[in-house]
Design a protein around this ligand. Structure first.
Ligand code: FES
Length: 490
């Protein structure tokens, strides 16, 4: 007789020998599987509540008194009946030590209490603003992740109206509202909410179907991101509370980029400078003395496979024939994207990897930390997409990389990225380290600044009105540049 698994309010019948991940996904239960079921990324972790299982081939007894959180891809059920559930929301890491750039300073600011939101596809961050300053902020994992680790998967999943509704609920009810509950007292009167995100996340937030972003010509068309709390489903607030999403620059350059730029000095008509937001899509804007060029490179989730940098190994070093891990985490901890970039660099320098990122010899790392050939190829492909996108951007603007006086690196991934190793692998342009400026979560600070100071909104108007969008697919040398970037360069 087939084993039965009770998962949340669903009954799942398991095929003999099937992993819980396979059975749950076959039964339409969304569960992310960033590493493709290799028991590496932790994206498919669930809570076992009762039953007998095999975990990585070893027997495991679970009773309601001893629940266990484990990866569904490494689990098989052996008792007739088992019980499991998603990880409870309160187990999700909530960080309050965000890396934020300072807000600009203007003599007058809007009085009152405001909320800024950065709707990232991996994490969602919120800030409470009072008396012209950010007084509290925090970040929590985006609960949409179980439907897919990147926005491309989520756009595909949202094709059915009921799935779109589930994604929206996961964002609003399971992520944004609980995060705000942690930051707000019940009686605090809020004047307005300003949110920003990539274009797909803004669509999910505003209840707009993101399907056009997933199919040619990838144009969203005219939409309004001016909402009320009621329209956004934020039922904790007065129904008519104004809620605004920072507008996107184009389908693949979202309001998070515009917000982030608002809190930097990027955009001076005297300078040649670059703004980079590295994620599943790497959004890049080049300022050539007041003319702006924008390009979005589809890097894919290779550098985000293992989730956020927090709680993971962030850096690797290879010295005197030994690997050092930072932080030196217990076994089973994963390598996040910044550590994977270090690995490409250090393993190539030490002769473990060839120029195409293929293993030549065993690197001597713990087995669970060694990326497979397939994962390495995805990393090299991701960095090639970014590096060839930059080359196209520079060619279109008729500049060389050496002319760039400053590179603004936005976001958490870039904040923790080792610049010299990223230059070595070709992920970043070959420039001296002092020309790079890490901004941290500029998008959240930008949403806050745009709420407080009307001047900040005006500051990005030249950019919005004078921007040349480059579609890599329409550039004649796109494939040539991409193929020549499929190498570790030094
Ligand atoms: S899919 Fe299970 S750990 Fe990655």
């Amino acid at each position: 007789m087939a084993e039965t698994l009770f998962f949340e309010d669903k009954i799942i019948r398991l095929f003999p020998g099937e992993t819980l991940l396979a059975a749950l996904r076959r039964s339409g239960i969304p569960l992310a599987a960033s590493c493709g079921g290799k028991n590496r990324c932790g994206a498919c972790r669930i809570r076992l509540l009762s039953g007998s299982f095999l975990h990585d081939g070893k027997p495991l007894e679970i009773s309601p008194e001893t629940p266990a959180d484990l990866n569904a891809c490494a689990l098989r059920q052996i008792s007739a009946v088992g019980k499991a559930a998603y990880l409870p929301r309160e187990d999700a890491l909530c960080r309050c030590d965000l890396e934020l750039p300072p807000l600009p300073s203007f003599p007058t600011y809007r009085r009152g209490t405001f909320i800024a939101l950065d709707l990232g596809s991996t994490n969602v961050a919120a800030a409470i603003i009072q008396n012209g300053k950010i007084c509290r902020c925090a970040e929590t994992p985006n609960r949409q992740s179980r439907f897919g680790s990147n926005v491309i998967d989520r756009i595909a999943f949202a094709a059915l109206p009921e799935n779109f509704k589930r994604l929206r609920e996961a964002l609003i009810r399971e992520t944004v509202l609980p995060l705000l509950d942690k930051l707000l007292t019940p009686d605090l009167p809020v004047e307005r909410i300003t949110a920003c995100g990539n274009t797909a996340m803004s669509c999910f937030f505003a209840g707009i179907d993101p399907a056009p972003l997933g199919q040619a010509p990838f144009e969203l068309g005219k939409v309004s991101f001016d909402l009320t709390a009621q329209a956004a489903g934020l039922d904790r607030f007065a129904p008519d509370l104004p809620v605004k999403c920072v507008p996107h620059l184009c389908s693949f350059i979202g309001g998070d980029v515009l917000a982030g730029i608002s809190v930097t000095d990027f955009g001076s008509p005297q300078n040649i400078e670059l703004y980079l937001d590295i994620g599943t899509n790497c959004e890049m804007i080049l300022n050539k003395k007041g003319t702006f060029y924008a390009l979005s490179a589809a890097a894919g989730p290779a550098f985000e496979r293992n989730g956020s940098v927090h709680g993971a190994i962030r850096h690797l070093d290879f010295r005197e024939n030994a690997w050092q891990l930072f932080p030196n985490a217990p076994s089973g901890t994963r390598l996040c994207g910044t550590a994977l970039n270090d690995l490409l660099c250090e393993a190539h320098k030490a002769g473990f990897l060839d120029n195409f990122g293929r293993w030549i010899k065993a690197p001597g790392l713990p087995e669970n930390l060694i990326p497979s050939e397939e994962e390495l190829s995805e990393l090299v492909t991701a960095k090639a997409a970014i590096s060839s996108g930059l080359r196209l951007l520079f060619r279109k603007a008729d500049i060389s990389a050496a002319e760039i006086s400053k590179v603004y690196l936005a976001g958490t991934f870039a904040f923790h990225l080792d610049i010299s190793r990223a230059v070595y692998t070709g992920l970043l342009p070959d420039l001296p380290e002092n020309r790079f400026l890490k901004t941290g979560n500029a998008a959240l600070a930008g949403a806050a600044a745009r709420t407080l100071f009307p001047e900040t909104v005006q500051k990005t108007e030249p950019l919005e009105n004078n921007i040349i969008h480059i579609n890599p697919a329409e550039e004649p040398d796109c494939m040539h540049f991409f193929a020549s970037a499929m190498k570790i360069t030094k």
